[in-house]
Design a binder for this molecule. Structure first.
Ligand code: FES
Length: 207
């Protein structure tokens, strides 16, 4: 496979063709914030935190480093005023959904995100899709999926599959950057195990 040279934050980087900008940056110790990237999963581009500035062919574009493959002579900047502003707003939106997520709170401190900027809508899911993709791509079980569209979009377990596959797996739990997934599973489990019927008749209570 041929090699590609580019520049990341002023550092000259040479990596194999096909690698992403995120991988190229990491190869020279440049950290780019991510929330939906996973080394074993196909790039998805959900959180947009990895957005970087890329100069090529006389133009500057904003691109997702986790999705975009390296190109010859690209000039990448991973931390600028504009990028900091973008990440700040993205994190403020995420904090409205998942105010207690340790990962998000830590990033919010770095980028000066205000946890109270947007009205709270604490459903705890930031739709990063890590659980959905892990279950599909690695486990090939498809026990958790996206439902609905737009503002109503959410992740949930598919009870008929979850009842067979999830109880001794739960490998997706530690991937979740918020506590949404565990909560969704507890709910699904409750739906999968209907309460015991109440015994008819009750000596001494008049029933
Ligand atoms: Fe690139 Fe989330 S890590 S979009």
């Amino acid at each position: 496979m041929s090699e590609i040279s580019l520049q990341v934050d002023g550092k000259q980087v040479t990596v194999e063709e096909g690698m992403t900008i995120l991988q190229a940056a990491r190869s020279v110790g440049v950290a780019i914030p991510t929330l939906c990237d996973h080394e074993k999963l196909a790039p998805y581009g959900a959180c947009r935190l990895c957005t970087v500035e890329a100069d090529a062919h006389g133009r500057t574009n904003l691109i997702a480093a986790c999705q975009h493959p390296v190109e010859k002579d690209l000039v990448i900047r991973t931390r600028t005023e504009q990028l900091d502003r973008i990440r700040k707003v993205l994190l403020e939106q995420m904090l409205a959904h998942a105010p207690d997520s340790e990962q998000i709170v830590a990033l919010a401190q770095i980028y000066g995100a205000d946890p109270n900027r947007f009205e709270k809508d604490a459903n705890f899911c930031i739709l990063c899709g890590l659980c959905v993709r892990y279950c599909a791509e690695i486990k090939q079980k498809h026990a958790v999926g996206f439902f609905d569209r737009g503002a109503k979009r959410e992740i949930n377990f598919i009870p008929e599959i979850a009842v067979r596959e999830c109880w001794d797996c739960k490998e997706c739990f530690p991937l979740c950057p918020t506590s949404a997934l565990q909560a969704a599973y507890v709910l699904t489990e409750a739906l999968m195990s209907p309460p015991e019927p109440v015994a008819k008749g009750c000596g001494g209570c008049g029933g």
